[in-house]
Design a protein around this ligand. Sequence first.
Ligand SMILES: [Zn+2]
Length: 179
Amino acid sequence: MDAQGFQINNKFYMREFSFVKAIKAKSFNVVPELNISNIGRSTRLCIDFQTEKIHGLKLRTSPGTFHLKNSNIDSFIPVLIETLTNKEKPLVAVKNQQLASILRGLNLNFVNMEKGSFSVPSLKMLDEASTIGKWMCSLHTVFKTEHKRCGLRKSLMLWSWLNKKLDEERELSLAVIEL
Ligand SMILES: [Zn+2]
């Protein structure tokens, strides 16, 4: 799972929420519910910077196109996780500090790919090694710079990396058995 959004005054406003499970993949358009009419110039500059340089997501989009509200996220995520997991595969994985802190706040178990023995390559490396080209999902409407972050793209790359790692481990354990 992954999320992209705006970090403003130490609060995270989600704008995109994505998950991948095998061939099921989806990006949700999230309304951040931030009242921008009464925010100051420095905050506006910060929003513009994140839009232009980081993810290409606009804070404001045309009405009627949203799937989720920022305020629904806390009740939505547990339901989604329940549909994505089972006894054999009980956990979701994230590589995202904001999303990790949301999951921790909800007392949900998850695999934090930024911690422990995963040694996940940086997203930049995954991006460069990827053969899936430089695309993003349709939520990102500002295309001035390359290498923006898309939750869906990131989820797909992490899913693919995790599966390759699992395959390698399986092959290795088979090789050990053959010895
Ligand atoms: Zn996206």
